[in-house]
Design a binder for this molecule. Structure first.
Ligand SMILES: Cc1cc2nc3c(=O)[nH]c(=O)nc-3n(C[C@H](O)[C@H](O)[C@H](O)COP(=O)(O)OP(=O)(O)OC[C@H]3O[C@@H](n4cnc5c(N)ncnc54)[C@H](O)[C@@H]3O)c2cc1C
Length: 248
């Protein structure tokens, strides 16, 4: 049971979140040079999810990393995982318009040709060379736009030995499912009777044998990431073979 002290701590951390984001962003700004990139296109995938296509210029990254994007003159820097493959001539970001959100709403209607600020790449949620060289098996678990780093990893590493498990509400949110090798991608749909599995990713995982020789990458909301990583540990997966990225 949570005691009063613990609850106060949780409230304090929640209250600090926006300030921490600001501090984190100023830290990023100091650490990495900001460059400008033109919006080349906005591609709507569903009513609320879209791709922002940016000029790549000299921006290099490893699949799984993210960048920080800001509209010049506005203090709204936000992190976005890169959706496109490492060698694509552009950078794609897969963005969900958040109800009551700021940047995710504004970007959806931004004028093509607008210059935005980007910095990065950031993050260590990438495939290790050692694992790739050994032909390791990877299990990627995502919810919503948490699929973004895995889309980039799969496209950047043809023949990757992997399974992608994607939790979404509706069938239309199985974004670009045809981009994955046949049999690799499974959508777990919680509201529509799905093509692959009707229910949440956690239930999908609990209903089957957990591969002990796989390296697990989990990305999405903190609730799912915590639940899935906890379950995998209980199933005997070593913590060093469970990697996580939390979006919110
Ligand atoms: C490392 C990292 C990578 C990220 N990559 C992506 C990405 O590839 N695509 C993407 O869409 N977002 C991604 N995010 C989230 C993104 O940075 C923003 O938080 C999001 O776009 C909301 O920004 P906003 O300004 O519209 O809303 P804000 O005003 O910043 O937030 C409004 C509220 O929405 C919550 N929220 C944030 N994201 C979601 C969501 N997807 N669904 C429901 N609630 C949410 C926030 O926690 C907050 O409570 C990533 C975050 C991190 C930390």
């Amino acid at each position: 049971m949570l005691n009063i002290y613990k609850m106060q701590q949780i409230h304090y951390i929640a209250a600090q979140a926006p300030k921490l984001r600001h501090k984190k962003n100023s830290f990023f700004t100091r650490m990495k040079k900001i460059s400008h990139s033109k919006i080349q296109d906005i591609i709507n995938l569903t009513e609320s999810t879209y791709i922002v296509r940016l000029e790549k210029n000299n921006f290099e990254f490893k699949a799984g990393q993210y960048l920080v994007l800001n509209i010049p003159g506005e203090n709204m820097a936000r992190e976005y995982s890169i959706y496109s493959e490492e060698n694509a001539p552009y950078i794609d970001l897969l963005i969900k318009e958040v109800t009551n959100g700021k940047l995710s709403k504004e970007l959806k209607y931004i004028k093509i040709g607008t210059k935005v600020e980007i910095s990065g790449p950031f993050g260590f949620f990438i495939l290790r060379d050692r694992d790739l060289n050994q032909g390791a098996h990877f299990t990627f678990v995502a919810t919503g736009t948490g699929i973004s780093p895995f889309h980039s990893m799969v496209l950047s590493n043809p023949g990757l030995n992997c399974e992608v498990i994607h939790g979404v509400k509706h069938n239309v949110e199985a974004y670009d499912s045809a981009d994955y090798p046949i049999g690799c991608y499974k959508a777990c749909t919680s509201r529509d009777q799905g093509v692959n599995y009707f229910g949440r990713v956690t239930n999908y995982l609990k209903g089957r044998e957990i591969r002990k020789d796989s390296i697990y990458y989990i990305c999405g909301n903190s609730g799912m990431v915590g639940e899935v990583s906890g379950y995998l540990e209980l199933q005997g997966i070593a913590p060093e073979n469970i990697r996580t990225e939390v979006f919110f």
